[in-house]
Write a protein that binds this ligand. Sequence first.
Ligand SMILES: Nc1ncnc2c1ncn2[C@@H]1O[C@H](COP(=O)(O)OP(=O)(O)OP(=O)(O)OP(=O)(O)OC[C@H]2O[C@@H](n3cnc4c(N)ncnc43)[C@H](O)[C@@H]2O)[C@@H](O)[C@H]1O
Length: 273
Amino acid sequence: MATYAIGDLQGCYDELVQLLEQIGFGHGDQLWLTGDLVNRGPRSLDTLRFVKELGDAAITVLGNHDLHLLALHHGATRKPGATLAPILDAPDRNALMEWLQSRPLLHDDKDLGHVMTHAGIPHIWSLKQARQYANEVEQALQGEQAGSFFAHMYGNHPDRWHDHLTGTDRLRTITNYFTRMRFIKRDGSLEFKANGGVESAPKGFQPWFEQPRSKLLKRHQLFGHWAALGFRQLPGITALDSGCVWGNTLTAVRLEDGNWFSQPCLGNLTQGE
Ligand SMILES: Nc1ncnc2c1ncn2[C@@H]1O[C@H](COP(=O)(O)OP(=O)(O)OP(=O)(O)OP(=O)(O)OC[C@H]2O[C@@H](n3cnc4c(N)ncnc43)[C@H](O)[C@@H]2O)[C@@H](O)[C@H]1O
């Protein structure tokens, strides 16, 4: 029995199936996914159905593209891209969306010593705070006011955490840290435009995982979201989005021993949103 973590699938269903075959994924094994199951890649609907069907064998956290899909499901007026439209037209749309909406923002496993989010946990939060803030958003997603959450989800402001934030501003800010963060200032301010490698850091900003932590995390962090970083194993973090949807690879790490496995993109790209 082993636990494998894989980065952003973004509809790369064929590569996922190949990768699971390569690692011999079977009964008793568990799959951790960093979110962004859908969008941009060629087989988003198949990917979503497949991961849902894995049941308890798969744990996935929500990414920005998953939240975008859920917002469309809840009536956001943005135009769904070509790879999301089939999900919104599917006969099992409601069941898929209900399942997706009940996924967490953070998954923590003390025994394995790993915590997983889509984009990361900022240096300004302890693990206890991160768990609490993730839970606030999860409650909103699973409550009767979920529609209101999605109506106010998009946006870059506030771009800095304050304990006194309330209401939709607070939920949007928490969501942005967990699902969209790349570059951050020492004071916790986020920047949302730069999405290249670490060398593209705007002045005054650093990759979030390079900021000295004011609150010790006591866990190894797994995250995706940042395709330009590629797969990286550094002390305290593993970056898992190895850019399959951009023509690179899909990567799985076995958490028990850190060994990793890679599946090249099979070439069927559909990147437009
Ligand atoms: N609160 C909120 N506010 C606003 N929007 C919200 C939101 N919540 C959800 N969303 C939604 O978020 C979605 C993404 O918005 P975007 O604005 O596209 O966000 P992004 O961070 O640039 O993209 P992504 O998450 O895909 O990251 P990746 O590293 O793979 O890709 C980033 C870049 O890396 C580049 N890249 C990386 N590797 C590459 C490679 N190997 N080859 C080519 N390009 C590569 C590509 O140019 C690519 O553009 C939208 O659908 C939006 O609606």
